[in-house]
Design a protein around this ligand. Sequence first.
Ligand SMILES: [Zn+2]
Length: 321
Amino acid sequence: MAAGKRKRDSPTLPAEKLPSKTRSHHTKVKTEVGSADDSKTETTKRTKNELSDNKRLSTQKHTAWSQYTSQSPFPSFPHPTPEECRIAHAHLKELHQEAVEAEFADENTPETIPHVLDAMIIAILSQATAWSNAKRAMNSLKKEYGSIFAYDKIVAGGQAKLAETIRCGGMHNRKSMIIMTVLEQVLERYGKYDLDDMFTLDDEEVMKELLSYKYMGTKSASVVMGWCLKRNPFTVDTHVYRLAGLWGWRPKDATREKTQSHLEIMIPPNLKFDLHFLMIQHGRTCPACRGGSKGGKCTLKGGRVIKSDQDVDEQEEAEEE
Ligand SMILES: [Zn+2]
């Protein structure tokens, strides 16, 4: 079954949330802009061999992803049940709704980014770091180039300048290299910094396209699908992965990729979006869940709200068995 068909029926995809195709494109530039200074771009030029390697790699990435679009990699693992998801959702909402809303009120909230390429760049900036670091990098880009998404200026300025600009966000060498590579690939394929044709593709095709970019993995691609394309996948970052382990929502030895495929199937579609952000907030702030069992007591485990210390003790004893 194509994932696209399933998602189309999702009640959490109101049509009015999809950005209109008719809006103006602020990132459109002519091809010449990107190649105006060959000396600056040659560090990221790819040879034909590298390009065909990349094609093979993107096919591998896509095959690994599409294997589990309709069935969990752990079909006999029964958690989380829809009820566990609902309980966790209700309880996390009580704890963290305010904090999550405050984050959404931020002007750089990814959920409001209307352009696919912009969402990709922010996904790259937020790889393997806290959102506050990604935001620092974004603010620095704004200051240096006038906009986070001034791709012509960023490319013309070269990778060294970009790296220096986003140093404050962490992993600046790697991230600047990835951004330059992605921008180069986009320009090579479409002659402009614009990927919004992806709005017309179904989920499967979108994933295939996103993964075809070098250094775009399933996590970043899922993030872009959720933020910008509103396709609502359940993205598993380090917090969600850890909580899923603590709560018994995945087999203990499940990889992050397989956990994502599993939760994608198990979590009711109408809860995915909220639960993702609530779980991240919880993973960041709950001392018990941050430090494992040594960090104190969590009021929520396995989608079960624990009301008293006695309950907590019973739960811990049960887990030790
Ligand atoms: Zn907790």
